[in-house]
Design a protein around this ligand. Sequence first.
Ligand SMILES: [Zn+2]
Length: 352
Amino acid sequence: MKTLGELIRPGFIREIGLAPSTGGRRPVMYSIPRIGMHDLSNNILFKVETHELILEDNADCLRELTNLIKAFISDSGIGISKILGVGIGMPGFIDVVKGVNYSYLHIEGNSLVSYVGNELNLPVYIDNDSSLIALAELRFGAARHTKNSMVLNMSWGVGLGMVLDDKIFRGHNGFAGEFSHIPLFANGKLCSCGKQGCLETEASLTVIIEKAIQGIADGKLTKLKGLSIIHLDQSIETFLAAVNHGDKFATELLSSAAYTIGRGVAILIHILNPEVIIISGRGSLAGKVLQAPIQHALNEHCIPRLAANTIIRVSELGMNAQLLGAAALVMENFALDENPEPGNRTEPAYLN
Ligand SMILES: [Zn+2]
């Protein structure tokens, strides 16, 4: 019989570069999975690994990914019997009950969760990356001690994790929170979802990088260079660093996108009356720059009586949010398995 103190919870995060939302060019799609392992006191037990996986025309992608996790566990030197489970966070349309991601990593005749679980001989849980970020904020970050909060996952798209009445709200099938695809614009721009004029066609970090590349080509005065939509991950890092070093062009691009996001946040406030809006995900690395334009949009588009009750916070979890969320997902399912009756539910030990 394992005691809680012996249990280890690995968190496993996938981040996937998406095709540009404006159509036309189609980059090689790749993923940058990050793999980490946490104990019940939230210590990182083994170095976080990142890898690059080619998704396009790669039928073996899920197998390669599973092998990476196997190798990670093996290298950690921690026995499989001490591992509580594997949490997977990834973008896409995910049915958390069936353990299926309808957008990525299909596997014939099997669910992603069953396949990985059978290969690793461990329980596996999957959730949308934005919901996991919200879970991390709820348990460890800026949403702690709040009951109703909206967590923006500023990344390749503009994800949303919702905490309603102290719980992650996933909707009927887990598809809730597709904030990125609110049809806000009549701009005729094709979105990655196939529709036109969605929020992310103007405000995602992908689009910001595209605009920066165009601006550089047009001779804008900036220190930014070496941006590429193919190597989106590195480009976002370069761009956010430029913002934090005060590059005027980069700051203006990000501020403009943040104002657009603020228009979407105004809709959230009108419908859901949250206590706090949290800027999380990769964009939180330049969160202070995002904060003011979002507030400006709320001043212009939100009914003052409603907006007055909602504050904007910047996450302090940074790039750790998704891994923490994946680890928390394992713990929450463990707590459910151990205490299935509502009356028997206890808070996981790591929350105390
Ligand atoms: Zn869309």
